[in-house]
Structures are given as C-alpha cells and as structure tokens.
Design a protein around this ligand. Structure first.
Ligand code: 5GW
Ligand code: MN
Length: 299
C-alpha cells in the first residue's frame, strides 16, 4: 500500500517534470530546447513524432520545394537536387520549383516517380541583396497564380545547402519556420532583428521569440502567399525610403513571424551549420549549410 502510494507520487513528479520540459522555460536562452513553444506550437526534434502515422495522414499531400539559383549559385543546384531526391519527402508527391537565370545550364538529376522538376527563368539582379529579396516577389506571384492548383504545402529553401538526413512530412504545417543555428542560445534582446523604427521590418526590444533563418521555411500555399506579400510590401516600403533592412528579406520574415506566430517550429536539425560549436545538440543533421568561399561566390 505504502509502496504503491510512493510509486504514484513518483509518477506524478516525473510527469510534472516532463510537462515542464514541454512548456515555457523560465530561461529564454534555452527556449528552443523545448518540444513546444509558449503558444503551443511543436518544435520538431528527432524522436518527438511517429513518422509512420504522419506519412499515412499525408498520403495524398502534394509538396512543393521552392529554390533560387541565379548567377554563381547555379553551381550548388545539382548537389541540392540530388540530395533532395535522397532525403526530401521520399515517397511523397513533390514538385521542385527551380528559378534560375540560366535554364539551359541546369543539370537535371534523375527524378523519382511522382516527382516533377519545373524550371523557371528569372532575371539576375546586379546587387546580391536584391537577388535574395527577389525571391519574395517571385513567391508572391507563384503562390497566387500557379501553386494553388498544383500543391498543398510549399517549402522554401536556400540552394547553398545539402540534405544530409531525412526531411519528411513531420515539417508540414500551416506556417513553419526554422530556428537559426547561430542564434539558438542567444537572448532575444541580442537577436539581429531590424531595430530601426523607420524600417518596415522593425521589431521593438522585448518582442520576438526566436531568430528564424530565411534559408528554410514553409507552410500552406495561401499562408506563404500572405507571408511573401507582407515581406514584399515591407521591402518596397523600405526601398521608397532608400533604406534596406539589416538582413534583407530575413529581417522582414522575422518581423512577420513575430506577429503571425508559426504553427510549427523546426529545430536546428533542419538548418545545421558545421561551424556551430555544440555539435551534439542535433542528433540528425538533416539540412546542412555549405561553407561558402566568399571571394568566389560574392560579386
Ligand atoms: C550571391 C552573393 C551574395 C549573396 C547572395 C547571392 C545569391 C543568392 C546569388 O548570387 N544567387 C542566388 O541564387 N542566391 C539565392 O539566394 C540562393 O538561393 C541563396 O541560397 C539565397 C540566399 O543567399 P545566401 O545563401 O548567400 O544567403 P545566406 O544568408 O545563406 O548567406
Ligand atoms: Mn544560404
């Protein structure tokens, strides 16, 4: 009798600790280590989900992967697509939306059945800052016009990356963003948000939850339409004032996500940087940032 009472007390205590782990941490620096955000969105880590259940739920789901490869970044495209064929949404219906200024130079990888490669021509902006911002403009057009009939969810990715482990339907949600691996343990007041009130990307001190990286985010097509419109409008407003947000479209993305909380947050497993010092943080390094040789790539 006494023994079983003790046992149940122990069980209650353990359950309480587990809930604490899931809930809001008092220490904002380690908030990303949780499995839930304070607004009850899951933070996706390996081991927090059962993929066989999710795969069945997404039996008929159509997924788009949006990627830009203009100018010298076209050199990353082949490896990007080949790694996506190995690891990205394997067994599901996938459409690649590739935007490049040199459609003829694209080396098409072998694409599995049920997967489609769309190549689109896009102008190459002179300034690199404009290249990454141009993605938002193209996103507004495609999420409005073409994608609603073709796919259910869209995932947007940088091309200077490689898939290195499975990335599946566990990442799908209405609005999904990934924690920047470099700001994982950073206090919110030190996030590199746009801090000038004159910019449309402005985030006041005291607001904001995570610093998200613009290299991997996604959601339902209509949600990405709303997101890209908001970011694009912000970029245009700033241009009219002759200013540019500190991290271009990433600043506008972060602003949007402060006031439109993502319904799912991806842990740094989904944006791994081999320069990050705490190597054991991510069991799986699913989508890895390639080191750039700046002199070669920047122009
Ligand atoms: C080139 C030089 C400097 C910055 C960006 C570019 C560039 C980016 C380009 O010449 N061509 C191009 O297609 N991009 C696209 O924008 C790629 O999809 C790239 O992954 C994305 C964001 O630019 P990144 O990867 O240089 O940005 P960070 O934040 O990863 O350094
Ligand atoms: Mn990048």
């Amino acid at each position: 009798m006494i023994c079983s009472k003790k046992m149940s007390e122990k069980a209650i205590e353990v359950a309480h600790c587990q809930r604490k782990l899931l809930g809001k941490s008092v220490n904002t620096r380690s908030m990303g280590l949780n499995a839930l955000t304070p607004w009850l969105a899951p933070i996706v880590w390996d081991g927090t989900y059962d993929l066989s259940i999710l795969d069945k739920q997404h039996n008929n789901t159509r997924i788009g992967l949006f990627v830009f490869a203009v100018k010298k970044y076209i050199r990353f495209l082949q490896q990007f697509l080949e790694s996506a064929e190995r690891y990205f949404m394997v067994g599901h219906k996938v459409t690649y939306y590739v935007f490049t200024d040199k459609v003829d130079e694209v080396v098409k990888p072998k694409i599995a059945d049920g997967r489609i490669l769309q190549l689109h021509s896009v102008v190459a902006d002179q300034r690199w800052q404009d290249v990454s911002m141009r993605r938002m403009e193209i996103l507004t057009v495609f999420t409005k016009k073409h994608m609603p009939n073709e796919i259910d969810y869209l995932v947007c990715a940088d091309v200077d990356m490689v898939f290195n482990d499975s990335v599946g339907v566990e990442i799908l949600g209405d609005l999904v963003a990934t924690i920047h691996p470099g700001y994982f343990f950073t206090e919110p007041q030190h996030f590199t948000y746009e801090r000038r009130p004159i910019s449309a990307a402005y985030i006041p001190d005291g607001e904001g939850d995570f610093y998200y990286m613009a290299a991997f985010y996604g959601g339902k097509v209509d949600e990405i339409y709303k997101l890209s419109m908001a970011c694009q409008n912000g970029i245009i407003e700033d241009k009219k004032k002759n200013i540019e947000a500190v991290w271009q479209e990433e600043s506008h993305l972060n602003r949007y996500l402060v006031y439109n909380k993502p319904t799912k947050v991806l842990s740094p497993e989904y944006l791994w940087d081999t320069n990050v010092p705490y190597k054991d943080l991510a069991k799986k390094k699913r989508f890895v940032i390639l080191k750039k040789i700046y002199k070669e790539i920047r122009n």
